[in-house]
Design a protein around this ligand. Sequence first.
Ligand SMILES: *Cc1c(COP(=O)(O)O)cnc(C)c1O
Length: 361
Amino acid sequence: MKYNRTYNFSAGPATMPEEVLEEIRDEMMNYKGSGMCVMEMSHRSKVYQQIIDEAEQDIRDLMSIPDNYKVLFLQGGATLQFSMIPMNLMKNGKAVYIETGAWSKKAIAEAKKVGEVIVAASSKDKNYTYIPDCSDLDIPEDTDYVYICENETIHGVTWNKLPNTKGHVLVSDQSSMFLSKPCNVSDYGVIYGGVQKNIGPAGLAIVIIREDLIRDDLTDLPVYLQYSTHAGAGSMYNTPNCWAIYVCGKVFKYLKKIGGLEAMEKINIEKAKIFYDFLDESKMFVGTVVPEDRSLMNIPFVTGDKDLDAEVIAYTKAAGFENLKGHKSVGGLRASVYNAMPKDGVIALVECLKKFEAEHK
Ligand SMILES: *Cc1c(COP(=O)(O)O)cnc(C)c1O
């Protein structure tokens, strides 16, 4: 393997396309004749303005984002959005949340500090191993929005069919599935995510928000917490995360080059299938999620025996596969197979697990 890099199955920060890392390396000392590294640049400079403008245009192209949506590059990670969303979107002080795992649960806890939260459906009864039926939810008329975490990074469930919001605004946390497949942006009021799972370096959240949801009457809210502040300043009210925006821009260009989100989805389906087929055939390993709601990105699996799980993790690590330990709330193992995980990495991991199974019959 070039550079002697490991196959990194981390849930985030996570693996990135090698080609992008090489480009960044090549531009490190002197970005396109500017005489400096992007890390050293003023965010008010012409050269940086072009970087952020291109990044915005490229994600707009990739996701076909309609003109009446703003794209914001914010700090505070996805976590700050757990608070900013209710603070900005709760006009009537009421929102519906669907509880499908650790990340929606965290969002619910924060929203409760701001207003009334109705948990209209939950899969807690089976430790978040499925997506509840949301085709006919009880949604009060004055609900400000319906909130989902579209891919639960820890529990490994994903929404294949969006909930019926009955005409209400849909808000989605796409952190761990951002740009993994085509997305019909106009189905949503807000899409957001931290970029360190499926796109780039940590420290940046991207918020795609329909313009009519950006309010300018929230003068009591700290200025930094208002979407209008950032929308009005082109994501440069203060110094943005210049570096992360630059790197994400590179990833957007890379995705466009390989054929966009349709092409990416095809590869992701292929990779996930290789892994799930293995799990379904294995006599030792079991996927924890019901087949219909399995994530393409995060695959939790167990042997059913804690000591054996630990043995597998040590075995894979020794064989050059990193970060396969499952989250403590699920246990076992988890393979995160984001966009940038090559198919060869998935095949190699499956071979390694098969070998382990054969040796431990
Ligand atoms: C990681 C993650 C978050 C939190 O992201 P930060 O950027 O660390 O705040 C939120 N939601 C989901 C689905 C995640 O995977």
